[in-house]
Design a protein around this ligand. Structure first.
Ligand code: GLU
Length: 545
């Protein structure tokens, strides 16, 4: 077979060689041990949690003096959605992920581009041509129907699926046969000519999983599709080689095709990157574990967390807790340290289905927010509200001190309140402070209702002195409670319910509902001081009717 003739027949316009690209993209001049890594999302418009998860590579790169870049895998034009690249960049920027090079909103930066795969056609074709010249790639003119028939035959014979052995019908054709097809204008794909033996196991070092043994690839997989655009496999190998990537951090679903990638690196004589296959995100569905699904689980979309308003750092705290087995311990020892100070290590990453649990995220976020200052919470809530709740943003901007005081209730001290973990919940929780958004969620406690309701409220209003300290105030509440025939201690009431109308819990819950619309709310005295005397009296009086 005259490979030169075949190569020129298939790629008449390709005049460059691999050596030209080696010269154009020289090894990076970086300190020893520097990690060069990337995320390489497809511009489908769906930015998922996994993109942020794999962006952990940014920490590795920046903690080692390396480079983190953004590559866009736009080889599937049909799935491309307008604005998708901006969406990825926005999402990453929002979470503080900084790219050193790659695609930007208005173009790209860096010396290893282009960083959009469709613009790298010539490079892929140059590498493809070099493989044809070596007898390691050939065109295949099989139609969709031919491949389906092959699949059916393999199924019937209980043989492995794929294009190999006797099924690789275009593997050993002559240049003349190929030329005849080309002249007819038949569509073709370029396949790799695999010499692999399925009995061979190849060692591959995985940065997270340690040494893996993978079966050598024996199928003639596709390098270039019929439009001349590479498959993921081929593009990944060419790009990560010429962009001088040292670590490929990607989901474990790529383990299945790792043999192909390793084979390509080895065949081309290129140094393999350190593969780091991250554990797929799973969730509990009833009593069984399953993969998070785009269709069923809104929490797979990264936008979910931004819309709900989980603070960025809380989201990172959660993600790191799930990702790295030693993070939680570090965080407990350094509760106020920024998570970026944590030295991230690949070896400590989970290797099997990371269990994603929104309740745990919520708890981590509540804990995190409970330790922040009222000013911080006010600013975070306002930023969120500007995007998702314009009414709240306007009201906050009008009365910043009032909102800060409301946010400050139960904050500080040994046991700060943990009422909300995200801004949406904070908005709902704080809504009772503002008369404009006040609503009743709970009914009046039964034992304080009826004729008692007005009686208790009247007595309370009569004795209310706004200058009282919290202790003085509480002493008065107790006094009224007893005078009106309620037990000042819930215990006493429990023991002899026939002696009382109810207990102090009924009285204070009545006050809570009158002031906040809820039975479960922060301290009444503190709330009243945020509302001010006039509004406090107004709500209590209104609730008498
Ligand atoms: N587009 C691929 C993905 O999002 C990239 C995998 C990789 O990082 O190589 O899964």
């Amino acid at each position: 077979m005259d490979y030169t003739a075949l190569a020129n027949l298939l790629f008449p316009d390709i005049t460059k060689t691999i050596a030209d690209y080696e010269a154009q993209y020289p090894p990076r001049d970086l300190p020893g041990g520097a990690v060069v890594t990337r995320i390489a999302p497809s511009p489908t418009g769906f930015v998922h949690l996994g993109n942020l998860y794999n962006a952990i590579g940014e920490r590795l790169a920046h903690q080692s003096g390396g480079v983190f870049y953004l590559r866009i895998e736009d080889t599937d034009q049909k799935r491309e959605v307008e604005g998708a690249v901006e969406a990825v960049i926005d999402a990453m920027t929002f979470y503080g992920v900084r790219f050193d090079e790659g695609v930007t909103k208005d173009g790209e930066t860096g010396a290893y581009g282009p960083y959009r795969q469709r613009q790298r056609r010539e490079l892929y074709q140059t590498v493809a041509k070099s493989l044809v010249l070596r007898g390691l790639a050939y065109p295949c003119f099989c139609t969709e129907d031919d491949l389906n028939a092959m699949h059916a035959a393999q199924e019937a014979a209980k043989e492995n699926y794929g294009y190999y052995g006797k099924y690789a019908v275009w593997r050993d054709r002559t240049v003349e046969e190929i030329q005849a097809e080309l002249q007819k204008g038949t569509e073709w794909v370029l396949r790799f000519h695999s010499e692999g033996d399925p009995e061979h196991m190849i060692p591959v070092l995985d940065g997270i999983r340690g040494e893996l043994k993978v079966q050598e690839n024996y199928t003639d997989f596709v390098l270039l599709k019929s439009d001349g655009i590479p498959t993921y496999h081929f593009a990944h190998v060419c790009d990560d080689h010429f962009m001088r990537t040292t670590h490929v951090i990607r989901d474990e679903s790529w383990l299945a095709t790792l043999p192909i990638h390793v084979q390509l690196f080895d065949t081309l004589g290129w140094r393999r990157p350190v593969y780091c296959h991250t554990a797929t995100l799973m969730k509990m569905d009833g009593s069984s574990k399953r993969k998070l699904s785009k269709r069923k689980d809104p929490e797979l979309a990264l936008s979910y967390y931004r819309e709900a308003g989980y603070p960025q750092e809380a989201t990172w705290l959660y993600l790191l807790t799930v990702l790295n087995s030693n993070f939680e311990e570090w965080h407990l020892a350094n509760p106020d340290a920024d998570s970026r100070e944590f030295r991230f290590s690949l070896e400590k990453m989970s290797t099997s289905g990371s269990l994603f649990d929104l309740e745990k995220l919520d708890n981590i976020a509540k804990e995190y927010l409970s330790r922040q200052t009222a000013d911080f919470v006010y600013d975070g809530l306002l930023d969120w509200a500007k995007e998702y709740d314009a009414g709240l943003a306007a009201r906050m901007a009008q009365r910043p001190d009032f909102f800060k005081a409301a946010i400050g209730v139960g904050r500080g001290g040994e046991k700060p309140r943990k009422d909300y973990g995200c801004w949406r919940d904070a908005a709902a929780f704080l809504s009772f402070y503002d008369a404009e958004t006040f609503t009743f969620t709970d009914a009046c406690p039964e034992r304080a209702d009826g004729a008692q309701r007005a009686e208790i409220l009247t007595r309370y209003l009569d004795t209310l002195r706004f200058a009282d300290t919290q202790e003085e105030w509480f002493a008065k509440v107790k006094q009224i409670t007893e005078e009106l025939g309620y037990a000042a201690q819930p215990k006493k009431y429990k023991k002899n319910p026939e002696l009382y109308k109810g207990s102090i819990v009924d009285v204070t819950n009545l006050l809570r509902v009158a002031l906040t619309g809820r039975q479960n709310a922060p301290d009444i005295w503190e709330i009243s001081h945020v509302l001010g005397e006039e509004e406090t009296r107004r709500r209590l009086t209104a609730y008498m009717a």
